[in-house]
Write a protein that binds this ligand. Structure first.
Ligand SMILES: [Zn+2]
Length: 193
């Protein structure tokens, strides 16, 4: 036996090579009655549809300060993000946003209204952020965060934010706060960063 270094785990590519039902090779073509290419198994007949993924998060506030987390994971290790992550099966967007907030920062929050919905078609994702009010200033970041802290507006690390969806949401939040009225805002970003 040859010694092997442990594998580096990563999310599997969206395009599978083999059918997850029967293990036969996948073909890509337009199924009858459809209008776009799909991953098709011609052995068992399964069509492996792919659809955008949801990323859900919050804008937690404690006494006018905004919670940011410093990422302990790739992509964008060591940059600052609003607490957010992939929605899991079986939960609502609101439940997912609250769960991610707790996991990444330890913040206990009261969830508010939906604030931004941001399409990022290039990376096949939709990002949703809810407003949130922290119930106390305590933080206890989990393994996905190097650090979590509340920022005054003047101290937000704009040059070190993780994603454009985060910067877009923060800018809109500050604008709405100055105006004294929070809405729900829809964006489409052409790239993720
Ligand atoms: Zn199959």
């Amino acid at each position: 036996m040859t010694a092997q270094s442990p594998p580096t785990y990563f999310p599997a590519p969206r395009r599978a090579r083999f059918c997850s039902q029967c293990g036969s090779p996948i073909n890509r073509r337009v199924p009858d009655g459809d209008n776009r290419e799909r991953d098709i198994c011609d052995h068992c007949g399964a069509i492996h549809y792919q659809n955008p993924r949801m990323v859900v998060g919050t804008v937690p506030v404690w006494e006018n300060r905004i919670l940011l987390c410093r990422r302990a994971i790739e992509p964008r290790y060591d940059t600052w993000t609003l607490p957010a992550g992939f929605m899991e099966l079986g939960e609502s967007t609101a439940q997912g946003a609250a769960r991610e907030t707790l996991e990444e920062s330890g913040a206990r929050i009261e969830l508010g209204p939906l604030f931004t919905i941001i399409d990022v078609p290039q990376i096949e994702q939709v990002h949703l952020f809810y407003l949130a009010r922290a119930l106390d200033p305590e933080l206890d970041p989990g393994p996905e965060s190097l650090e979590a802290r509340y920022y005054d507006e003047a101290d937000i690390p704009w040059e070190d934010l993780s994603f454009r969806t985060v910067a877009t949401t923060l800018k809109q939040f500050l604008e709405d706060r100055r105006r004294g009225s929070f809405g729900t805002h829809r964006y489409t970003l052409e790239s993720h960063r």
